[in-house]
Every structure is written in C-alpha cells, then in structure tokens.
Design a protein around this ligand. Structure first.
Ligand code: GLN
Length: 535
C-alpha cells in the first residue's frame, strides 16, 4: 500500500447528467496540483461495456486513448489537458470491467463456495479499483462517479463510497456533489428544490455531501446560498457557484476565486501555505481570448453532428491557437456531403484542413475528394489516422494512377491494398481492445518536415487502429514525392507521410491530439495553424 496517507475526493452528480463533473474534477485537480499536491483523477462509469472502445461516438463522444493503450471515457482527456499528467487504464473503471473481474474470480473458484453478491463482492471490487491508485503515492485521488445520484446502475458505486468513507475515517475523504440550479424565467428565480432532493437521495444511501458545486446560469444570491447551506447540511462557504463560462478553461479560475481549493483542503484536514499559482493558466486564457489573427480550418469527418466525437482535436486546436495568439475557427464538414462537384463551394475560403480519424466505409469517398482538393489547391492538410490512410489512397489513385487503390477495411479484396491489415490482426475476431493501441515509438527522418516540426528525431505518440500503410508501395510513393518520413523503429511500420512539393501535406498514423495539453500545445497542431496563417 501507499507510504502516504492518501486522501480521497468523490465527485457525484445530481438532478441531471452532463453537468460537467469531468470539468469540475479536472479544475479541482489543477488547483490542488498547483498547491503542491500529487493528484490523479479517476472516472467510474456505470455502463456494462468493458470500455468505450466499442461504443459509437454518437453514443458517447470520443474514445480517449491513454499511454498504456486503454480506450477510455473522454473525461480522461480533460484530466490530462488540465493537469498535464498522463492517466492510465486504472483511471477509468466500468461496471463491465468490475463484473468481468468478479466473474473470472468466481470461475477460478476464488470465492471458495460462497454466494457471489453485489454486496460485498461487487462493492469490494469497486473499492479495490479506487484504492489501487494509492500505490502510485498520490496525495489526493479524485474519483468521479459517472451518472446521476438515484440511477439504479450507480447504486453499487454510491454504496462503495459510503463504505470507503467509513473505512478511511475522519478527514480522509470527502464528497463533492455537483448539482443544477434551474432558473425559472417567468418568476426570475433560481430554484434550489431539485438540489435539496438530490442531496437527500445521497443521504438515503448514507452519504452526506461535504461541498455543493452549483451549476447555474445566474449568480447565487446570499439568500440562495444560505438556503442551500441550511437545507443541504453544508457550511455556507462550502456552497460553490459554477456559473456557465464562455470556455471550460475559465472554470478553475472561477472556482479558485471562491476559495474552492481551501474549502476542500480544510475538509481533508490538509494545510498548504502555498497559494494556487495560476499565472501560466491565466496567460493562456488571456491569449486565447485576445487573438491577434484568425484562421478557418475545415474539420472533415463523419461524426461531425456530435462535436464531442472529436473532443481532443477541437481542444488541441484551442491550445495551439492560443499559443500562437490565433483564433482557430473550425468549419465542421460531414464527409458524406463532399463530392468533386461541390468541393470548391464547401471549402471556399478555408485556410487549412484536418481529415479526422474514423472507422467504416461511410463518407470515405468524400474524404478522398477532400484530400485531393487540399493537395491540388495547396491547402495545408493534416490527416490523422484514417485521415492519413485517405491521403494514401487518394495519392495512389490520382498520382500513381492506381485507380483501384483502397484500404482493405473498405474492400478486403482490393487489387491495390495500399492500406492493408497487419499480419497479427488478420485472425482477430473480438473488436474490443484488440487494435494497435497506446504509445508507440516513431523515428523521424533527418531533414523531414516532421523532424523540423518536432525538433527531434525520436518521438512517441498514441495509436488506435487496425490497418497500416502497405510498405510494398513505399518506393512508388517516394518516387512521386510522397515521403515516408516516420517509421516505427522496431517494426518498420510507416507512421507518417509528407508531400515534398506542398506547403503542408502531412498524414500521421497516430493521434497527436491525445497528447495536447494547455501547458504543452502539440507541435503538429501549431505547425498546421502556422501553415494556415496567411500573412
Ligand atoms: N479505421 C482505421 C483503422 O482501423 C483508422 C482508425 C482511426 O482513424 N482511429 O486502421
């Protein structure tokens, strides 16, 4: 176990879903980190999928991939972007994973003939998954419980929190309850009753909220604060307002103004003389809100009707844009709408393009047209994962003259498989957790555009794909000016392509967006924006 006396913060949600528990948890994590504590954040998801890897992005938004190759909830992306520290598989637990572990143990006979039950077996496994993080010597572990208090599927998690709070003893854990104060326009009032009820629902499960964070469109009056404090059993200073902000990156600053971090440290019996130092964060915010230039980038994808599907990409543009004091306007384009005939209309006035990752054949031909348009009109283009594969297909068809070129993902028996399936993937039947996942090394060719962008030859980036550039076509591509500038040093698999005679035409098999944070904007996104800026 940990050498330290690790403290635990549980974040629950009431009234409705989608209140932003992830952003509040990430903001708190940032504040506590800047007070000198070693913090990590974990998400417990009450659904039965083992992980969100098999979920349609329309269902659940982006699937975020960690260094160790875990396919996780998009909230982990927020944790990394705010804290600038990596998360791992243990930072995301689902009900599916909990049950899988318990059922495997049962099959092995580990329960020695006992009846296996939600309490204690499932709750013990939940508690084990929470406390296991303490092995990494964190001072504070923030655990966000997905869903809304009162949901049937959240019950075992809430019961586990109750048990853990009791086991950990006084001052070692606390519960932050995030709730909504609806505004009734007709009477011009914020209403507290739904929050009172959700706090009561928590109490019925044996848990007292220690701090209330209130999502609201309007400022809380003194009276509202007093009412909430009295009827929800918390101190007046423990009622924290979380007003709608123009950007999620303002939330930590707003919460700090109300001494949120002090309130939390007091509840946990921790002292810190250090004030939260948000100077760098505020510099980022200032640059983000006062851009000197603007560019418009077309984001071509098939899940664009739910922008959360491309969360990390959109955030990476914010980080890189702020760093360059440039507003990045995204023009979201559904690839299924693009044809040769309408491409110039659709892309009129854009300064750059990004072709997004994706799976399946819907909208593919539109993406091929987009890549061709960018190539032939000198528009800076970054293709990510499927985006790079599309650039490969387009180049093979229209430059190498291989009109039948395709990916084996869309046509298994294509005569020109420029994108093919990896040997070890051929016999894989299970869809979940079986792709090439997580951080892999890449060696960049000296003198390549990418080595210049990264400022180094050795990089490591995160992956999530099954198909690869087919190296049999390498020399044909290179002969025509498409350079394979990055390869995996162990397997020689192609990681990057770049076109010599073009202002910026780069495709990467990996996902740079997962590693972009406020503190460390990603060089590739910066380079794309720079290329898009017209002086
Ligand atoms: N569908 C492609 C593959 O599996 C690309 C995946 C992606 O874009 N993440 O290789």
């Amino acid at each position: 176990m940990s050498k330290k006396n690790t403290k635990y913060i549980f974040v629950t949600g009431g009234v409705t879903s989608s209140l932003g528990k992830g952003i509040v948890s990430a903001s708190l994590g940032l504040l506590l980190k800047s007070r000198g504590y070693k913090v990590t954040i974990q998400k417990l998801d009450p659904y039965i999928n083992i992980d969100p890897g098999t979920l349609n992005p329309y269902e659940h938004g982006e699937c975020y991939v960690t260094e160790d190759g875990a396919e996780t909830d998009l909230d982990l992306g927020h944790y990394e972007r705010f804290l600038n520290s990596p998360t791992y598989q243990n930072n995301n637990v689902t009900t599916g994973r909990i049950y899988q572990t318990v059922i495997e143990k049962e099959r092995r006979g580990d329960f020695l003939g006992k009846t296996v039950q939600v309490i204690p077996h499932i709750t013990n496994e939940i508690k084990r998954r929470i406390t296991i993080l303490a092995k990494e010597d964190y001072d504070i572990i923030i655990t966000e419980i997905g869903g809304t208090v009162g949901d049937i599927e959240s019950l075992p998690y809430i019961e586990s929190v109750r048990q853990l709070k009791w086991e950990l003893g006084e001052n070692n854990s606390m519960v932050i309850h995030l709730t909504l104060l609806p505004f009734l326009a007709s009477s011009g009032e914020l209403k507290t009753k739904p929050s009172q009820h959700s706090v009561r629902a928590l109490m019925e499960s044996g848990i007292m909220a220690d701090v209330l964070v209130c999502r609201t469109e309007h400022e809380l009056t003194k009276d509202i604060r007093a009412k909430l404090a009295q009827f929800c059993n918390v101190g007046l200073e423990n009622v924290i307002e979380c007003k709608d902000m123009s950007t999620i990156y303002e939330v930590p600053v707003y919460l700090q103004k109300q001494n949120f971090d002090d309130v939390v440290l007091k509840e946990l019996g921790l002292k810190s003389d250090k004030k939260a130092d948000l100077r760098d964060w505020n510099t980022f915010l200032k640059k983000y809100k006062n851009p000197k230039k603007a560019v418009e980038i077309a984001l071509v994808g098939k899940y664009v009707s739910l922008q959360d599907s491309y969360k990390s990409i959109a955030e990476a543009f914010i980080h890189a844009g702020a760093d360059l004091e440039t507003e990045v306007k995204l023009r979201w384009i559904y690839s299924g709408d693009i044809t040769k005939e309408n491409a110039s209309e659709i892309f009129k006035g854009i300064d750059g393009m990004l072709i997004a990752p994706g799976f399946g054949d819907r909208g593919i031909e539109g993406k091929v047209v987009a890549a061709q348009f960018a190539r032939t009109h000198n528009i800076p283009l970054l293709g990510i994962c499927l985006g790079m594969q599309i650039m490969t297909i387009e180049f093979a068809r229209n430059v190498l003259g291989l009109s039948a070129a395709n990916s084996m993902e869309f046509d298994v028996s294509t005569p020109e498989p420029v994108i093919s399936i990896m040997e070890e993937q051929k016999n894989v039947i299970d869809k979940g957790g079986t792709m090439r996942l997580g951080a892999w090394k890449c060696k960049l060719k000296p003198g390549s555009r990418l080595s210049e962008i990264y400022g180094t030859k050795d990089i490591s980036e995160r992956h999530r794909h099954r198909y690869e550039f087919n190296s049999e076509y390498q020399s044909a591509f290179e002969k025509h000016g498409m350079m394979l500038s990055g390869t995996n040093p162990d397997t020689e698999l192609a990681e990057t392509i770049e076109l010599k005679e073009h202002p910026f035409y780069i495709g990467v098999q990996y996902h740079p967006e997962y590693k972009s944070t406020v503190e460390k904007p990603h060089p590739l996104f910066k380079a794309l924006i720079k290329a898009a800026i017209k002086d």
